[in-house]
Design a protein. Structure first.
Length: 273
C-alpha cells in the first residue's frame, strides 16, 4: 500500500504544519486518485494558523447590526459525528434588534422558553423551527433579545456531505443539487449543516460540534448590500428597514436586490473599491 503510507506520512507532517487545517489531510486518505479536489482548493479554505482559531466572545459582543455585517466573510464550521467537517463562508445575514423590533421574536422584550437564547451571552445559538419542519439558526449579539439570522453560506468543504444531508431531509427524490443551491437560504443552510433544535442555546465559543473561524479577504464597505429583510410580513416601518446584509456579486446569496445594487453602482460604489 505505497500510496496510503505516503498519505499517512503527509498527514503526520501536516499535523505539525501551520498552513492547513488537519481535516484536509484526513480527507485525502479517502480520496480516489484523479477525483475533483476543488472544494479543498478554495482560497477561503487555506487559512493561516493565526486565523484558524475559533472566533471568541469579544467578536460576538457587538451591536446587532454591526455583528450582522461582521459575520460576512467569516467561516462557519460544523463537525459531524463521523468526524467530517463542513465549512461555509457566511454571505448573507439579517439583524433582529430585540424589544423595539416588531419583526423580532423578542419584540416588546418578552422572553419565553422558545426565545431564551436571544437573551443569553453574545455568541449563543438560537435555533427555532418554522412550519413545523424547517430550522433557522441565529446568533445572539450585544443588546437585550437581539440576534443575527444566518441566511446563506458559500460552501467551501464537505460539499458531498452537505448534499447527503440535504437529500436526507427531503422525502421526495430530487435531482442533484448544484453547489449554489446547498446553503442559499436559512433552512437550507441548517439542513446542509445538520442543524436542528438540539443546537439551540449552544455556545459558539466553546461547542465541539460547531464554531466559527475568521475568513480571508474581509469585504469592504462597497462589497456589502444593505436591504430589507425577507418573509417578515406586515411589520410596519420595520418591514422597510435595511437590516439584511449580503455580499454583492456572490452567487450563493438567497435573494438579490437589483434595485439597491443599481443605486450603489450609480453612486460609483463598485465592488472591491
Amino acid at each position: 500500500m505505497p500510496r496510503k503510507r505516503k498519505l499517512l506520512a503527509q498527514l503526520s507532517a501536516l499535523q505539525n504544519s501551520s498552513s492547513f487545517p488537519q481535516i484536509d489531510a484526513v480527507e485525502q486518505l479517502n480520496t480516489t486518485p484523479g477525483a475533483d479536489p476543488s472544494p479543498k482548493n478554495s482560497k477561503y479554505f487555506v487559512i493561516e494558523e493565526k486565523n484558524s482559531h475559533r472566533l471568541q466572545e469579544d467578536f460576538f459582543n457587538q451591536p446587532c447590526v454591526s455583528l450582522a455585517k461582521s459575520f460576512l466573510g467569516q467561516i462557519l464550521v460544523r463537525k459531524l459525528p463521523d468526524g467530517r467537517e463542513l465549512w461555509g463562508r457566511i454571505v448573507e445575514t439579517e439583524a433582529y434588534l430585540g424589544g423595539e423590533d416588531e419583526a423580532s421574536h423578542s419584540k416588546g422584550g418578552k422572553q419565553t422558553q422558545r426565545n431564551a437564547a436571544m437573551f443569553m451571552k453574545p455568541g449563543t445559538l438560537y435555533v427555532y423551527q418554522i412550519y413545523g419542519i424547517y430550522f433557522c439558526m441565529n446568533v445572539s449579539s450585544q443588546g437585550e433579545g437581539a440576534a443575527v439570522l444566518l441566511r446563506s453560506l458559500e460552501p467551501l468543504q464537505g460539499l458531498e456531505a452537505m448534499r447527503e444531508l440535504r437529500r436526507a431531509s427531503r422525502k421526495a427524490p430530487t435531482k442533484l443539487l448544484k453547489d449554489w443551491q446547498l446553503c442559499n437560504g436559512p433552512s437550507k443552510l441548517c439542513q446542509a449543516f445538520g442543524i436542528n433544535k438540539a443546537f439551540d442555546q449552544r455556545d459558539l465559543t466553546r461547542d465541539a460540534a460547531i464554531w466559527m473561524v475568521p475568513g480571508q479577504d474581509p469585504p469592504g464597505e462597497h462589497d456589502v448590500v444593505a436591504t430589507t429583510r425577507i418573509g417578515i410580513g406586515n411589520r410596519g416601518e420595520w418591514a422597510q428597514k435595511p437590516l439584511r446584509f449580503y455580499l454583492r456579486g456572490n452567487r450563493f446569496v438567497s435573494v438579490v436586490d437589483k434595485k439597491v445594487e443599481r443605486e450603489m453602482a450609480a453612486r460609483g460604489h463598485s465592488p472591491g473599491s
